[in-house]
Design a protein around this ligand. Sequence first.
Ligand code: ADP
Ligand code: MG
Length: 742
Amino acid sequence: VTASRAALPRRAAPAPSTDPLQRRLAGVSGKLAGKLRDLLGLETVEDLLRYYPRSHIAAEPTPIKGLDVGQVVTFVGEITEARHERNKTRPGSRTVATVVDPTGRLTLTWFSAKDWSRQVRAGRYLIFGRVTRFGSRLEMTSPQIELLKAGDDPAAAVRRLIPVYRTKEKLPSWEIKRAVELVVDDAEKLPELLPAGVRAEHGLLPIGAAVRGYHLPRDWAERDAARRRLAFDEALLLQVELARRRRSAAAQPAQPRPRRPDGLLAAFDAQLPFPLTAGQLAVGEELFAELARDRPMHRLLQGEVGSGKTVVALRAMLAAVDAGGQAALLAPTDVLAHQHSRTIAALLGPLGRAGQLDAADQATAVALLTGSLGAAARRSALQAALDGTAGIVIGTHALLEEGVRFADLGLVVVDEQHRFGVEQRDALRSKGDRPPHLLVMTATPIPRTVAMTVFGDLETTTLTEIPGGRAPVTTSVVPRRDKPHWLDRAWQRVREEVAAGHQVFVVCPRIGGGDGAEDPADAPPDDPDLEPDDQLPGSTGAGVLETLPLLRDGPLTGLRLAALHGRLPAETKDDVMTGFAAGRIDVLVATTVVEVGVDVPRATCMIILDADRFGVSQLHQLRGRVGRGGDPALCLLVTDAPADSPARARLDAVAGTTDGFELARLDLEQRREGDVLGTRQSGPQGRLQLLELLRDEQLILAARRVAGRLVADDPELTRHPELAAALAEALAERDAEFLEKA
Ligand code: ADP
Ligand code: MG
């Protein structure tokens, strides 16, 4: 990234739109410019023009008599008087105006120490806002108002679209609109990123028309055309950057790691206890072919929970070891790193015990490196990585630290990608003399546009098949309020499962404990034992620490229960997981630490308490932890959410399908795009203001094609200086936030 950014030319001369708002608005309202700067961070004309409305409202003329509480309306009325007065029931003061139309009268109120009354002259206004009730009277609080000029046709005025800006209390949306109207002619001077040919090919407005048309559209068609053009720019910038990343990654030389027919991999395949699925074999071949090339592999492997990604990754790692290199496996949590280390040691058997008495001939060693290791264990793991005795090194973020060096790192595997950023992938890749091959695995199915956007620097492969013999997980919603006896039945079911030799997860949204440490901010900083995303911030609902004794002394007496959560010391966590895997624990009461990768074949039942606190994809991940051993499995989503609530609809959707892709789409629809990309839109710099990953699929595809062509013809964008400048700005603004954290 750094290299590619340095190569981008900056915009030569400042464009006229870099004019400070302070100067441009001075004649009208110096205060307004100050508020735009202080409250929204908008300093220049361009900042303001790039601050797009959040939405638009079609003004429908409504007579005052027809207004209802809660309605957002526009109407034309006569303001007859305005005054400033003290509030009656709370401190402070307000400006109050009375508005009339032929059908009735209404009070407008602005709570503010400032006296607006002299600015609100008597006259005919276009008024826009939400109708509220004060006592028996209808009124409007902080409406937008606009004085109509003598010649204005009120009917036409009311039919216009009104832009609605994201804003703060002290700066009403209509004031932003007023400022925009004053500078909107400058839109013509904004730099045009798109070559005319591209605009023509995709039917896109010129930049000036688009910016004007999005702020102040005459009709919906103009608004939509404007949005399409501006969203295209956002998609294009992203795709150009991703195309450049792919290009520069492909330009780096890598050490080829060709497969050997007679090595560890062959010995491993010969001793596998199950046949590989066709999908596992096919993906394996794809990976071996890429490992054998002198370009670094850059691949995202998507596969449903339980599709058997670990074996696929292990085979690729063994191929790398056979070719004289080492492989690193990066896991998002301590629990998962330990589990991988156990699973892989077990799968390898004597093939993974180099240096021990019972090692096989060609054996390699597996080292585990996490932040919670003791000093001696850590030193020996570091040594094994450095001198190459460990062919496979498994770890958490601790692997990314400076002091970790490898003899010859050939392959990096990142498991459960969604918790690692591009930055961290790069940190690991830089640990060898030459960039190692990279395989990223995720069980969260990713809609195509997201894959193209967030993981656009990776090629994608999907593992669709679930290894044979696995029974589907039956999921049901348990509405605790309406059907309390269902929950009793659920605990009874838990006892039956345990009696049949099975195991059960009870998942809670919080750790609990009521010691005030719920707030993540209270957690000790950089505590290596603290699992990321262990608890949902701000969540209420069941806590592990409260639930465990309730169950032990209540419906689950006599069963062997244990707690698992991120605040436990690493050894305790490991003991608990080992005990659960070995069947010494019947019921594990846990937070989402069990969400990813935990693989205990005898677990057949999961009860998720306050399931409405979890996201759709998270629930899907969680239930993937049961039914991994071939026995039919059950997942119960316990909730207090009312029957007709959106939360309940989400749970019903999860219960209704096991199709991860469908659920991922649903999840995405319900979240803000910014969240998906790991960043929230903030101020004028939020370059992804308009692009919506699901709705704009076609646009993103088109932008990707255009970006590919542009970058292939002109990698440094020398012939597209405006595009290069915009990209450099976008990267400078949010490289830490945006692409990196994605
Ligand atoms: P995930 O893709 O969710 O990471 P895992 O790699 O943990 O899935 O595999 C889930 C379980 O399926 C493991 O217990 C693994 O040993 C088993 N498994 C993997 N491949 C096969 C196969 N081809 N046949 C039978 N079981 C398999
Ligand atoms: Mg896994």
